[in-house]
Design a protein around this ligand. Structure first.
Ligand SMILES: Nc1ncnc2c1ncn2[C@@H]1O[C@H](COP(=O)(O)OP(=O)(O)OP(=O)(O)O)[C@@H](O)[C@H]1O
Ligand SMILES: [Mg+2]
Length: 237
């Protein structure tokens, strides 16, 4: 099968600090993630999972190496565009452990914020947001505030927001950490469905082994490099 690459990382390095506070986190990571894949990123605390997602998401500066997002080479020892923010807005949806919905905006305002910043007309962005909220079974909460929703509902709203922009890539950092098992399954199944139906590449950091069978593949960080495993090997991680 001819799979299309969504993310390609080559010989990526990342260190923090200088002198006594110097710490090397990633040393020569090379891997690819394909469109339509839900990939779990599993490694011990402090191994560099969040750091890796933030580099792919054009938030954290790598030390050196190369990053492609789709056909666009975005980093080669330096950012190749001054507009990393644009790349982030256009290509990437972020989901975090805490949902980070903006507390003083209601759900539909949260979901339509970035599309409107990107120039989508208000009416159109609201129509598309309602479709997403319906898909996630929280349409009746569109005009509620985040504080009025349950943890699972807020997390689904956060996923709707991440999707509102039709991103090519979704980077999810422990999206199920605050949820019970049933809700966690729901969220991961949704990520899987999005990957399959919309040909989106999803990288999901998780510490929850129960979620791994739903993933297509496991990436882990070993010896400061990224290693790919088939998901059937997941149990032994
Ligand atoms: N801004 C920073 N300055 C200095 N060190 C940092 C910074 N950000 C991360 N680190 C260090 O880089 C290493 C990797 O951190 P990172 O947050 O990526 O780990 P992680 O795999 O996401 O861990 P966890 O599972 O606990 O979230 C850690 O040793 C951390 O202390
Ligand atoms: Mg982390």
């Amino acid at each position: 099968m001819d799979r299309k690459i969504a993310i390609k990382v080559e010989n990526l390095y990342k260190s923090f600090g200088k002198g006594e506070s110097y710490i090397s986190v990633i040393e020569g990571a090379s891997f690819e993630v394909y469109k339509g894949e839900l990939v779990a990123l599993v490694a011990p605390s402090g191994a560099g999972k969040t750091t890796l997602l933030m580099m792919i998401g054009c938030v954290e500066d790598p030390t050196r190496g190369t990053i492609w997002l789709g056909d666009e080479k975005v980093y080669e020892n330096r950012w190749l565009t001054r507009e990393t923010r644009r790349i982030r807005r256009e290509k990437i949806g972020f989901i975090f452990q805490a949902h980070y919905l903006i507390p003083f905006l209601n759900i539909i305002e949260n979901v339509t914020l970035v599309p409107q910043v990107n120039g989508v007309p208000k009416e159109q962005s609201e129509k598309e947001a309602m479709e997403l909220l319906e898909y996630f079974d929280i349409a009746e909460k569109a005009h509620s505030m985040p504080s009025e929703l349950s943890g699972g509902q807020n997390q689904r709203a956060a996923i709707a927001r991440a999707l509102a922009n039709n991103p090519e890539i979704i980077l999810a950092d422990e999206p199920t950490a605050a949820l019970d098992l049933d809700r966690s399954f729901d969220v991961v199944k949704m990520l899987k469905k999005i990957a399959t139906d919309q040909d989106v590449a999803v990288i999901m950091v998780t510490h929850d082994e129960a979620m791994l069978p739903l993933c297509d593949r496991i990436l882990t960080i070993e010896n400061k490099k990224v290693v790919s495993k088939e998901s059937k090997e997941a149990k032994i991680l």
